[in-house]
Write a protein that binds this ligand. Structure first.
Ligand SMILES: C[S@@+](CC[C@H](N)C(=O)[O-])C[C@H]1O[C@@H](n2cnc3c(N)ncnc32)[C@H](O)[C@@H]1O
Length: 263
């Protein structure tokens, strides 16, 4: 298969041609609940979950960004149905992360608070092989007394510990949506683009330089752009000819032809 290429087809077709155990990571956002009109395309989630399981390397992950629509006062729970489908396909539900929106679209949600997040499921094929966590500094970096609680109470240990200077961030990630989520004006011709920072954070966490990243619903090409800039190899599928053309236009200024190669 050719790398650095968006296959203009149903991702089920692309997956069927891939060798098994190929992908280090997939990051994607499926069209769910007919929330937006993507030229009327639909997708078979069971086939895609099975395909992704076969084509993901042991230790590889899928980041699946999805939300729910409310229909007749009732949330669809499509997100959790997808999670169960991936679990049944063989993946671990490694972490249910939240993509929280700093500036959600203003809307009247009736007797509900304003919807301001989507799920970012991390499905893994076994234990993730790579984990480069994002960290944040901890203010007090002082030494502290180490102790152990025993049957007779607190028992101070001989040695002191230096408190760690940083810790892993929590699993709720906050991003701006809308015009500040990408510098590429052209990307907004697509109705549902990823914030570039979200893709950057996830790719950095679960892969290393040179790893192969797939997006089965490539849309405006955000995953391709960010993967390229982070020196990962990438491949994508997109069923709409209009969006393939849009992504190619967006990528034209970014992609160095030399990176193209075949598997
Ligand atoms: C939520 S959008 C993805 C947007 C993308 N994350 C971005 O940053 O631009 C989902 C995309 O999936 C495409 N799509 C729908 N069904 C598909 C299928 N079966 N195979 C490949 N692409 C499909 C739609 O045309 C749409 O562009």
């Amino acid at each position: 298969m050719e790398l650095s290429k968006i296959y203009h087809e149903n991702c089920v077709e692309t997956l069927s041609r891939m060798p098994d155990d190929l992908l280090n990571m997939t990051i994607t956002s499926p069209p769910y609940d007919d929330l937006r009109d993507y030229n009327g395309y639909h997708f078979p989630v069971e086939d895609i979950a099975a395909g992704l399981f076969a084509k993901t390397k042991p230790g590889g992950v899928v980041i699946w960004v999805v939300g729910d629509r409310t229909v007749g006062g009732n949330e669809t729970l499509t997100s959790f149905r997808h999670a169960i489908t991936f679990q049944e396909a063989g993946f671990n539900v490694h972490d249910t992360m939240i993509y929280a929106k700093n500036n959600p679209i203003p809307s009247d949600c009736g007797k509900r608070y304003r919807q301001s997040f989507e799920y970012m499921f991390c499905f893994s094929k076994g234990q993730p092989a790579t984990f480069n966590p994002i960290t944040q500094p901890i203010k007090q970096g002082k030494a502290f007394k180490s102790f152990r609680i025993t049957k007779v109470g607190r028992n101070d240990l001989a040695h002191d510990h230096v408190a760690p200077k940083e810790r892993k961030v929590n699993n709720i990630f906050y991003y701006n949506v809308g015009t500040s989520s990408s510098r590429d004006k052209i990307a907004f011709e697509h109705p549902a683009i990823f914030p570039e920072q979200l893709v950057e954070d996830q790719i950095n966490t679960w892969t290393n330089v040179g790893d192969l990243v797939y997006d089965c619903f490539m849309g405006s090409g955000t995953t391709a752009k960010v993967a390229h800039l982070l020196e990962r190899r990438w491949i994508g599928s997109e069923i709409s000819a209009d969006y393939v053309a849009l992504a190619q236009k967006r990528l034209a200024g970014v992609i160095d032809k030399k990176l193209s190669a075949s598997l």
